[in-house]
Design a protein around this ligand. Structure first.
Ligand SMILES: Nc1ncnc2c1ncn2[C@@H]1O[C@H](COP(=O)(O)OP(=O)(O)OP(=O)(O)O)[C@@H](O)[C@H]1O
Length: 255
């Protein structure tokens, strides 16, 4: 079901009039969308478009200036405690404690999420994300790509029903990024999770995403399935569609 057409009451993520102002800067400007359960949706836009700010408000990490966010039916302003254990996220902008080893970090988060068998879940994720040789290393000694893998493992610890990912493969080499995309698709297939991811990698979006939300200057300026967007802009790949939208070219103006 398209993000644009999904009835909000059936959506895993529902956003209305979401706004964030910093003084004169309007980082997010009255954004509204619904994402149906089980959808993988991309949040795209140029630098400063408002993606990270939107994700932070969806998580309840950042207080909106106005608007409403509901995740799995819960109002994130008043009831986030009801659903936080059913959500998770990864972000290059939120790091884990540096001195704790990878195993210690994952164990702390496993307990925070109330997992019944933390040790076994860490072993499963270490296998999936190839973290075995890193488990005893302090997080602060890891490379950027290794931290990204640990962050994604952390994000899956509690088998979240809603997963928010900010540039999940930004620092990964092409081989590792490709394997991680496969793991995310497998996770979605097995769990039916709803995934919203911000990305600058258009082939990644074409491979992973059922839906796309395009942001520019704090607003959603277009949305649809990748196929719908390609048809609307008369383009062969999302990279070209992205450039059209980022440069303010309208769909009907494109030959
Ligand atoms: N704490 C802050 N104080 C002032 N302005 C901010 C703050 N955080 C973000 N902004 C501004 O809000 C706008 C949106 O920023 P945001 O980080 O959400 O963009 P983004 O789409 O994630 O960009 P990028 O692709 O570069 O990560 C930008 O103009 C940014 O400068």
């Amino acid at each position: 079901m398209p993000a644009s057409a999904s009835p909000l009451r059936a959506a895993a993520i529902e956003v209305r009039g979401l706004t964030k102002r910093y003084g004169d800067v309007v980082a997010v400007d009255g954004v509204g969308f619904g994402i149906a359960h089980g959808t993988v949706c991309a949040l795209l836009g140029g630098n400063g478009a408002g993606k990270t700010t939107t994700l932070a408000m969806l998580l309840g990490l950042l207080e909106p200036s106005a608007g409403e966010v509901r995740v799995l039916g819960a109002d994130m302003r008043r009831e986030r405690h009801r659903v936080l254990s059913r959500m998770n996220f990864s972000s290059p902008y939120v790091d884990l404690p540096q001195r704790l080893t990878v195993r210690e970090n994952l164990t702390v988060f496993g307990h925070l999420y109330g997992l019944a068998d933390v040790r076994r879940r860490i072993e499963e994720l270490a296998e999936l994300f190839d973290l075995g040789p890193l488990l005893h290393r302090p997080h602060g000694t890891l490379s950027a790509g290794q931290r990204t893998r640990v962050g994604l493992a952390k994000a899956l610890l509690n088998r979240p029903e809603v997963l928010l990912l900010d540039e999940p493969t930004a620092s990964l080499d092409p081989d590792t990024a490709d394997r991680l995309r496969g793991l995310l698709l497998q996770y979605r297939r097995e769990s039916g999770a709803t995934i919203l991811l911000a990305s600058h990698n258009m082939p990644e979006v074409e491979r992973l995403c059922d839906q796309v939300l395009m942001m520019r200057a704090g607003s959603i300026v277009d949305r649809g399935t990748p196929r719908e967007l390609l048809a609307r802009y008369g383009r062969r790949d999302l990279e070209e569609v992205f450039l059209d939208i980022a440069r303010g070219r309208r769909a009907e103006a494109v030959p």
